[in-house]
Each structure stands twice: as C-alpha cells, then as structure tokens.
Design a protein around this ligand. Structure first.
Ligand code: ADP
Ligand code: MG
Length: 231
C-alpha cells in the first residue's frame, strides 16, 4: 500500500493515528530505511512471519489506540525461537486485555531485531505560529529527562540539518563515546532533509515521530514510527 491508500483507509475508518506498519510504509516512501516488518493477526501467522523475516525478531502490538506500546506490555524484544514468538503473541494479547481493554487490536507486527546502535529521534510537529517544525535528539532517557533536542522550521536547508545535529549537548555520543560505534551523521542529515521535504508537501500529516532511529557507522534504520493525520 502506498501513501495515498494508507491515508484513505485511515480516513474511512475514522482514525487519525496510523499504525507502526503504516507509518513505516510511509517512511520507506520518504526514503528512510526501516526494519523488515509483517502484520500477523494470529499466533500461527506470527510464527510464520518470524520465519519469513528471520530470527531473532521483535513482536509488537498493532493498534491505532495504543500509542506507547512498551508501557502497556506490547513490545517483546529479541525473540530467538519460534516458541518464544508464539508466547510473545499470547503475552501481548493478555497484556492488552488487562491494560488496554478498550483498544482495537489489529494483531501484532513481527520485525527483525535490529542490532544496537546510537538511538536518536526525528520528529515533526506543528507550531501554531511557525507551522511544521522538525526535532532532532538522542533517544531514550536523554530525550525524556534531559530534553536535549534541537528544532528547525520546515523546509530545512542543508545547513539547518548539519546544525541541528551538532548543537545538541549529546553530540559527542554521536561521534563515538568510549569505544562505542560512532553514528553516521551524514545519513542523519539526509534523513532530516528527507522528512522535511516529505512533510512539506503533505499538509495532512499532523505529527510524525521516528523514535528511535538506530544510527550506525554505515547506516541508520527506523525501528519505531508513528504518523498522526490531521482530523
Ligand atoms: P514504544 O511504542 O513503546 O515507543 P518501540 O517500538 O519504540 O515502542 O519499542 C520500544 C523500544 O524497543 C525501542 O525504543 C527500542 O529500543 C526497542 N526496539 C523496538 N523495535 C526494535 C527492533 N526492531 N530492534 C531492536 N530494538 C527495538
Ligand atoms: Mg518508540
């Protein structure tokens, strides 16, 4: 499914939140690498999807109503056997019944477990005055606790992308800290410019969150994504 079909389907169902699978389809169209991902509606489908993408995998709940998947027990990482995948499916369904009883559950997403990298965030939100604004920051605790992020107004020029990556306090972490693999900042700049260009042409996108992107020396991959449409 392409961008237009995904947006049309969501509108028809009366929802503005796109699922991770739909959001990653859209990112692919924007030129951003994502993890190989499959929708599975049953336990058996989850196991065959894992076989298709190749172990180890991650299994996550797919629901337009569950925005913070791990908080509600909807993310199972690093599953190394088919048995573990089947159990993850059951555990996620049980967790949803308990923690999100009203949520519409479409199924689970089965995707490749990405190797660890530097976790960064790329986001777009709309400012009432400036319109679409891009955000960049380090992922995880660093963004939640330290709010170490930078912003630029869309459309970005190359210099904006360069600067926003370099002006965060955590920049040394991207350069490789204590023997940790550095992140390829050229690719991250390219992703910022691609997201800017993509959302600039599509005013119907209200919010876009790639949280996190795993950045490596030789690449970067979106492991989670969420797009919210204007209502
Ligand atoms: P949430 O809705 O809670 O943000 P995420 O999809 O971001 O759910 O998953 C939570 C965390 O699990 C991520 O921040 C990341 O560290 C890890 N994770 C998610 N997907 C993958 C993946 N495909 N490979 C490796 N780690 C992953
Ligand atoms: Mg996330």
């Amino acid at each position: 499914m392409g961008y237009k079909q995904i947006v049309a389907a969501a509108k028809k169902e009366g929802r503005t939140a796109l699922t991770e699978i739909e959001s990653k389809e859209i990112l692919k169209e924007a030129g951003i690498a994502t993890t190989d991902i499959r929708l599975a509606r049953t336990r058996d489908e989850a196991v065959s999807a894992a076989r298709e993408v190749g172990l180890p995998v991650v299994v996550k709940v797919v629901s337009p109503d569950v925005l913070h998947k791990s908080d509600s027990g909807g993310v199972k990482l690093n599953l190394r056997t088919e048995k573990a995948v089947g159990k993850a499916f059951d555990d996620i369904m049980a967790a949803m019944k308990k923690n999100q009883p009203k949520a519409r559950i479409i199924g689970v997403a089965v995707q490749k477990m990405a190797r660890p990298g530097v976790e960064v965030i790329i986001g777009m939100s709309k400012d009432p005055q400036f319109g679409p604004v891009l955000m960049f920051g380090l992922g995880g605790v660093l963004v939640e606790v330290l709010k170490d992020v930078s912003f630029r107004i869309v459309p970005l020029v190359e210099r904006d992308a360069r600067e926003m990556i370099r002006e965060i306090k955590g920049y040394p972490i991207l350069e490789g800290y204590r023997g940790q693999e550095p992140a390829n900042t050229g690719i991250l700049e390219d992703y910022l410019l691609k997201v800017s260009k993509f959302v600039d042409k599509r005013p119907e996108i209200k919010e876009l969150d790639i949280n996190p992107v795993f950045a490596y020396k030789d690449g970067a991959v979106a492991v989670d994504a969420r797009v919210i449409l204007e209502s």
